[in-house]
Design a protein around this ligand. Sequence first.
Ligand code: MN
Length: 202
Amino acid sequence: MAHQVPDLPYDFGALEPHIDAKTMEIHHDKHHAAYVNNLNKALEKHSDLQKKSVEDLLRDLSAVPEDIRTAVRNNGGGHYNHSLFWPSMSADGGGEPDGDLGKAIDDAFGGFAAFKEKLSATAVGQFGSGWGWLVLDGGSLKIEGTPNQDNPISHGRTPLLGVDVWEHAYYLKYQNRRPDYVAAWWNVVDWNAVADRFSAAS
Ligand code: MN
């Protein structure tokens, strides 16, 4: 079974005004679709790898044959990152997590405000295209940035929440104002989805 683009769990316009409908449509239907098509194309001549999940491919890139390793890293990463990204957002998002996740964020970063500031700074400061992440690293919450479509899973960590800072994620509405996009993105973060990932990984 070839890899497939998951349906968006909401309408293109659901995250307005923070993320505009046109950006969501192009981002999901064109950009994410291109990563999936290119991943499937790369795997065409390696039928033994077609049964592997994208997580498994990315978790051990050294096991991917060298002739397609870069294609899998970039396009498998693009597929995985966006598959995490869409359900991490919701029209009913925003605010702050409570429960175990809220407490873990307080313990790790000294409070939600400090956490938000640190992840924002990492995402805004990521040079060129990439992502800002909240990850679980051996039981500890950490923030990191990755370039291009790299994912923390390739470095042994579990991604809980990522913000896409490729220009295609924000340029139509925000042009060069990446800080404004990241500030708006917090209003759509679905903390229930993040808390579910946290409890599954803890
Ligand atoms: Mn993207």
